[in-house]
Write a protein that binds this ligand. Structure first.
Ligand SMILES: C[C@@H](N)C(=O)N[C@H](C)C(=O)O
Ligand SMILES: [Zn+2]
Length: 181
């Protein structure tokens, strides 16, 4: 049993979802690897809710694709050093940093293995990614609302500025984790 298991984290690698863990590749907003290992881990409270979300998505004919889940504080710091804008990257010292607590997921929906058009790319840091963007089509808005509905009835909250980011409420109940495997 490793440290993350001991503190109540759960491996989500076998869930009925697809993974495209962007920060273990160079295909991300910093264009460099943020960490070497794919962390397909969440706190068990979030993992349980994600499992429900996969079922709701399936009912509607979709599958969930995960871009990121748990990320250690050091990974968050690398991001913060590049983008010091709390609308898009949480401050590792003073921000909620829900990924570092294992209770946030960056995700989208797919149908027949094709990503649904949500109106902006993942990690596009601008108004087009905001839930209330006026510059997306009705279809793109509808797709975001479907994702929001799935995540909301599963127990997650959204943030205003990123259509792909969902987190558990009461983040103060979970500690930020540093982890170097
Ligand atoms: C970096 C982006 N994918 C993200 O997760 N942003 C939120 C605000 C965070 O850093 O917690
Ligand atoms: Zn996120």
């Amino acid at each position: 049993m490793n440290y993350l298991d001991k503190i109540g984290f759960q491996d989500i690698s076998q869930f009925q979802v697809d993974f495209d863990i962007k920060y273990s590749t160079t295909d991300n907003f910093v264009q460099q690897k943020i960490y070497d290992q794919d962390f397909k881990m969440l706190h068990k409270d979030a993992a349980l809710r994600l499992e429900n979300a996969t079922l709701y998505a399936k009912t509607l004919g979709y599958k969930i694709k995960i871009f990121d889940a748990f990320r250690p504080i050091s990974a968050q710091r690398k991001m913060w050093n590049i983008v010091q804008n709390p609308d898009y990257v949480s401050n590792p010292d003073t921000g909620p940093c829900c990924h570092c607590r294992g209770i946030a997921i960056d995700l989208t929906l797919t149908k027949d293995d094709i990503e649904i058009d949500m109106g902006s790319e993942f990690d596009f840091f601008g108004g087009l990614s905001h839930h209330d963007s006026k510059d997306i089509t009705n279809k793109q808005r509808e797709s975001r609302i479907i994702l929001a509905g799935i995540m909301s009835i599963s127990g997650f909250c959204s943030i205003r500025t990123e259509w792909w980011h969902y987190q558990l409420p009461n983040y103060q109940n979970y500690e930020k984790i540093e982890y170097n495997p």
